[in-house]
Design a binder for this molecule. Structure first.
Ligand code: HEM
Length: 327
């Protein structure tokens, strides 16, 4: 972890130059080696040396115009990686004979596609057919976390884009009604420990949920839900299924206030509050609520790991020319 900025506006100017330099240092120090999965830190060093900068500048401009996009881009990377691996399958448009992942209920509120498109367009101008859409999604998520005030971490590149995107595969995404046991099982299937699952859930320090994602909590008495916060949930829902509620009080800042909200029984989703309600994960929540630096370290580790889920190499994938379509 390198530095943290309280809000995006303060990142403008000199700080952003620091971001650029620091990421370059990480890349150079990490050497040229390829991992077992065929990825490497400086995969584009010779084939598209400005790939990182192009993505970073595009994300920077987009977040300056709309800071809420950081949440969308981080979530997009998660939804890409948990379905068919990190292969850009979430970006594919449906056609007459294929309903793609994008059109599943779980993905309808994904945001930020236009940022990926803008980066891809410029990359295709600079180095046609070289930088995969899957890598752009991974870099955009990484840059969003940092620009929102979170930790800076280096990621390997070289993911190929997948040739499959089917709505039925999105059953892999966890629904918001899961309890801690179900979340632990779901994330274990992808190789994550309970602590890594809680750290990744900390991405809910950014962004919002819609009433349709938490209205299940409004029927019956729920001892894990604060009474005043229950009113906030039901007031939100009284204006309709699509009305948004922020996960914590700082929806555009990457911090540990999400975990403090869980301690106050003011978690938005069932899958959020269960992390505090369940004794197996409560200690982890308390640790992250107490110490933001620990949360940042665990989060960056887990994000790097998530970014390597079932990555495709060689003939198992391609570099799409247009992120919305297979070549
Ligand atoms: C632990 C299981 C998880 C569940 C059940 C879950 C579920 C959800 C749901 C239901 C929403 C709100 C969607 C809506 O109402 O429109 C949401 C938003 C979000 N999720 Fe998750 N999520 C989980 C884990 C993650 C992970 C691992 C990440 C990233 C690493 C992530 C990042 C986000 C972000 C940033 C948002 C806000 C999006 C926005 O404001 O546009 N989530 N999640």
């Amino acid at each position: 972890m390198l530095m943290r900025s309280p809000n995006l506006v303060k990142m403008v100017g000199a700080n952003f130059l620091c971001v650029v330099l620091l990421v370059e240092i990480i890349v150079v120090m990490s050497g040229h080696s390829y991992g077992a999965n065929g990825l490497s830190m400086n995969y584009y060093l010779t084939s598209c040396p400005f790939a990182e900068q192009i993505v970073r500048n595009t994300v920077f401009r987009a977040l300056q115009a709309d800071p809420t996009l950081a949440a969308g881009l981080v979530r997009m990377h998660f939804h890409d990686c948990f379905v068919e691996g990190c292969d850009g399958s979430v970006l594919i448009d449906s056609t007459n004979d294929n309903t793609a992942e994008k059109d599943s209920l779980a993905n309808l509120s994904l945001r930020g596609y236009e940022v990926i498109d803008a980066a891809k367009e410029e990359l295709e101008r600079m180095c046609p057919g070289v930088v995969s859409c899957a890598d752009i999604v991974a870099m955009a998520a990484r840059d969003s976390v940092f620009l929102a005030g979170g930790p800076l971490y280096g990621i390997q590149k070289g993911r190929k884009d997948g040739r499959r995107s089917k709505v039925e595969d999105t059953f892999n995404l966890p629904p918001p009604t899961l309890n801690a046991s179900q979340l632990i099982t779901k994330f274990r299937q992808h190789g994550f420990s309970a602590e890594e699952m809680v750290a990744l859930s900390g991405a809910h320090t950014l962004g919002v949920a819609r009433c349709r994602s938490f209205k299940n909590r409004l029927s019956g008495v729920d001892p894990t839900l604060d009474k005043d916060f229950a009113k906030t949930l039901s007031e939100t829902c009284s204006s309709g299924d699509d009305v948004e509620l922020a996960f914590d009080t700082t929806r555009n800042s990457f911090d540990n206030l999400y975990f403090n909200a869980l301690q106050r029984k003011a978690g938005v989703l069932t899958s959020d509050q269960t992390l505090y309600a369940d004794t197996r994960t409560r200690g982890i929540v308390n640790g992250f609520a107490l110490n933001q630096a620990t949360f940042f370290r665990r989060f960056q580790w887990a994000m790097v790991k998530m970014g390597t889920l079932d990555v495709k190499q060689g003939s198992r994938g391609e570099v799409r020319r247009n992120c919305h379509k297979f070549n």
